[in-house]
Design a protein around this ligand. Structure first.
Ligand code: NAP
Length: 322
């Protein structure tokens, strides 16, 4: 298999269509430490994956440290994305997107990642206390200081993202090149506003949790008591999915996976690729998860397959903008 590379929206940099999400490297019960992360990262590199996503808040810096250590020898060949916004302590300035917090956090991330620059620096959420002008000026400064190559954004309301884009255009500041949003077969609310906005503005779409935190991985059954490390220790998994309507979607995907004789995860990932997103930010706790993601790029879905996969979807409450 030859890994396809695409431009990150209007930016010239090329990224693999599979991005390895590194939230699963760290110290919660469902995550893996560096010994188990090493073969996962190795397989990703062997498959041609050059795009890695983490955040300052993932295991409070441990995810960045693991990825910094494992990618140190490949630094010039990989695109490293990290994020800022989440609270990193209980003091008033240890959260959000003020110039103070952004400037402090980039230094912490660079140290953890053992590098002098981050390729894609993303705002993890919207900061209701800081004017977007202040955040954009702080990010623009980081680009001019060569600490950051490109800037991106993550889950927020479409009106907020539109405001941010028009503000950077008005002030002649660096513009967000990517939107990392919550999008998968069980959560499609982003199709209403955010995705059309991004398409119109030439913004790369790099969805997170493409398997609905593992719900679409084939491990869970309707009316069976769920039991997995992630179910027990990632409270967002049971809170966000497991509605009867989500099982309707899962069972339809399983039906199609059976017809095609592939794992259901491949069908769910392939559907997203067929929707034209730039790159999928996958989560992996085993080497085989990376293999499945790579194989999903070869899985063809017909228009009828796509229609059947989408048919059972029922609107979901908004998730990911908190
Ligand atoms: N910007 C944001 O706010 C935000 C939020 C969440 C995540 N993210 C990013 O998105 C990345 C991915 O998130 P995620 O972990 O929630 O993604 P996901 O792909 O929806 O879920 C990953 C989980 O699915 C299961 N899985 C993965 N591949 C599988 C396969 N081939 N077959 C069966 N099961 C499979 C594993 O569960 P088990 O471990 O239980 O086997 C794995 O932990 C994160 O690492 C992070 O970089 C960003």
């Amino acid at each position: 298999m030859k890994m396809p590379y695409v431009c990150l929206g209007r930016a010239g940099v090329k990224v693999s269509r599979i991005c390895l999400g590194c939230m699963s490297f760290g110290n919660a019960e469902w995550m893996v430490e560096i010994d188990k992360a090493r073969p996962i990262v190795r397989r990703a590199l062997d498959l041609g994956i050059n795009f890695f996503d983490t955040a300052n808040v993932y295991s409070m810096g441990r995810s960045e440290e693991i990825i910094g250590e494992l990618l140190r020898d490949y630094r010039d060949d990989v695109i490293i994305a990290t994020k800022v916004w989440w609270e990193m302590g209980d003091k008033p300035n240890q959260r959000g997107l003020s110039r103070v917090h952004v400037t402090q956090q980039i230094e912490a991330s660079l140290k953890h990642l053992q590098t002098d620059h981050v390729d894609l620096y993303q705002i993890h959420r919207w900061d209701y206390d800081t004017p977007i002008e202040e955040t954009l000026r702080a990010l623009d400064d980081l680009v001019h200081q060569s600490k950051v190559r490109y800037i991106g954004a993550s889950s927020m309301w479409a009106w907020q993202f539109a405001q941010a884009l028009s503000t950077s255009d008005r002030l002649g500041l660096e513009r967000f090149v990517s939107m990392q949003n919550h999008y998968n077969l069980c959560y499609r609310e982003e199709e209403r506003e955010m995705i059309p906005l991004c398409r119109k503005e030439g913004i790369a779409l790099i969805p997170w949790s493409p398997l609905a935190r593992g719900f679409l991985g084939g491990k869970y059954r309707r009316l069976e008591r769920p039991d997995s490390a992630r179910y027990r220790s990632d409270h967002w998994l049971p809170e966000r999915f497991f509605r009867p309507e989500d099982f309707d979607v899962l069972e339809r995907a399983e039906e199609i996976a059976k017809e095609k004789d592939v794992p259901v995860a491949q069908v769910a990932l392939s559907w997203l690729l067929h929707k034209g997103v730039t790159a999928l930010i996958i989560g992996a706790t085993k080497v085989e998860h990376v293999d499945d993601a790579a194989n999903s790029m070869e899985l063809k879905l017909s228009d009828e397959d796509v229609r059947r996969l989408e048919e059972p979807y029922k609107p979901h409450w908004v998730m990911g903008h908190e």
